[in-house]
Design a protein around this ligand. Structure first.
Ligand SMILES: Cc1cc2nc3c(=O)[nH]c(=O)nc-3n(C[C@H](O)[C@H](O)[C@H](O)COP(=O)(O)OP(=O)(O)OC[C@H]3O[C@@H](n4cnc5c(N)ncnc54)[C@H](O)[C@@H]3O)c2cc1C
Length: 414
């Protein structure tokens, strides 16, 4: 079989294929595999989330959740962690549930895959952008500039269209369209939001650590997000904002007003009291937020007269209303909303419903999740499910992976 794309999904697919005894070649557009993996989680690579399958599915939301259920059930977060551990990559869980390699180095994840490829002698051909996939006989011809391959089964794992320098430029969606699939329009998911509040930032970015954000359209609350907001002079990022951008893209929300509670752990009256406190009174008390209300109010100064009552100031801190002026472009987004229509893919196998023998995995499909390891998990789990289905279909007799080899001692490469 041929795997097109050597990113998160393609690397997992190649590794699983070899472990199931399938002959496979991985074709990668760029000079090295996993370029986007290296950028993940600020180069630390948040590979998954510590959560049950049901919790994961709730976080993706529909229609992605329904589609991912079989893949996640077959490969839940703890199985993924075990999969990595069995291949020498230990992982660690942060307080908020995000899972990283214990070394907190993204390139250890890529090295882990490369070790499997080397040990199993899986051919990985770099600098081989696939130009087209055409039906031929009972299979497909996969054409690159310099050679072409014919295979009964092809897995398309070419990613979304964000961060195009990493190699994902929308080729897989084009191949899918040429082969008769519907492709849903691309929109930026997990992108920065442009807000007037960015003008308040004078120098360094400002972190507002624990917030609860309502997304309102025409005065109606459509969704909520929570977590950190990171404001710089261009846009607002951080989980609360990028997750809001994904919801806006998924739900096609326009003219969104954000109503931000900067101190969700405090009632209005408590917050007003805290605003009147002296710094001395505050000292020694354990706060839910690392920021003092007065400090945050000082940042918002200008939104209300300094002489405003503590109640008015507290109300601003609990219900700061800001219209969204724009969303940063797709090339800066962490994920692409849109892609190959899920209705054209069988969620039990990842096989196309239109082209037997053609499979999809990862972000090339209309699959995306919130920030926190959900997107990589979806790429890994869909790739593994596709390969299990191919192995079953190809009659390799190995519907389940063989017992793992003894773990390798963890190698920190620095
Ligand atoms: C800055 C940033 C940080 C992120 N951080 C996280 C995180 O911490 N946790 C998380 O869960 N998600 C994160 N994501 C999202 C995550 O990286 C993606 O969802 C995931 O990589 C998708 O995997 P994929 O294999 O589908 O696509 P990709 O990883 O994009 O891989 C696609 C591969 O296909 C290759 N390719 C494309 N076209 C062709 C062609 N024609 N021929 C041959 N090869 C081709 C590309 O070169 C690329 O190597 C982040 C994304 C970004 C941009």
């Amino acid at each position: 079989m041929v795997v097109v794309g050597g990113g998160a999904a393609g690397l997992m697919a190649g590794a699983c294929a070899a472990e199931l005894g399938l002959r496979c070649v991985v074709l990668e557009r760029r000079h090295r595999p996993g370029l986007k993996l290296l950028l993940c989680g600020n180069n630390r690579c948040n590979v998954t989330h510590r959560a049950t399958v049901e919790e994961m599915l709730a976080a993706y939301g529909e229609p992605v959740a329904g589609f991912l259920r079989p893949a996640l059930t077959a490969f839940p977060p703890e199985e993924l962690r075990r999969w990595f551990a069995d291949r020498g990559l230990r992982t660690t869980v942060h307080e908020d549930g995000r899972v990283f390699p214990a070394s907190e180095q993204a390139d250890d994840v890529v090295h882990c895959f490369r070790d499997v490829f080397r040990d199993r002698e899986i051919p990985l051909v770099h600098q081989s952008p696939v130009q087209g996939i055409e039906r031929e006989g009972n299979g497909y011809r996969v054409r690159t500039l310099h050679f072409s391959l014919v295979a009964p089964r092809v897995l398309v794992a070419t990613g979304g269209v964000s961060y195009p320098k990493t190699g994902s430029v929308g080729d897989g969606q084009r191949f899918a369209r040429e082969l008769g699939h519907r492709v849903l329009p691309f929109r930026p998911g997990l992108a920065g939001l442009e807000l007037d509040a960015c003008k308040l930032v004078q120098g360094e970015p400002v972190s507002l650590p624990d917030t609860a954000v309502g997304l309102f359209c025409g005065g109606r609350e459509m969704a909520r997000t929570e977590g950190e907001i990171l404001l710089d002079r261009t846009c607002a990022r951080g989980p609360a904002m990028v997750n809001a951008s994904r919801i806006m893209a998924r739900e096609n929300l326009r003219d969104v007003e954000l109503r931000i509670d900067l101190f969700p752990a405090l009632q209005l009256a408590d917050l007003a009291r805290r605003l009147m406190e002296s710094p001395r009174a505050r000292r020694g008390r354990k706060e839910a937020s690392p920021l003092a209300p007065g400090e945050v109010f000082a940042f918002l100064a200008g939104q209300l007269p300094a002489a405003a009552s503590p109640e008015a100031k507290a109300k601003l801190l609990k219900d700061w209303r800001i219209p969204v002026r724009g969303v940063r472009p797709l090339k800066e987004a962490m994920v692409t909303v849109g892609g190959v229509d899920l209705a054209d893919i069988d969620p039990e196998t990842m096989q196309s419903r239109r082209c037997p023998g053609l499979y999809f995995a990862g972000e090339v499909m209309d699959v995306d999740g919130p920030t926190g390891g959900y997107n990589l998990h979806a790429a890994f789990a869909t790739a593994r499910l596709a390969i299990s289905a191919i192995a079953r279909e190809a009659g390799s007799g190995l519907a389940q992976p063989p017992p793992p080899r003894p773990p390798r001692p963890f190698r920190n490469r620095r």
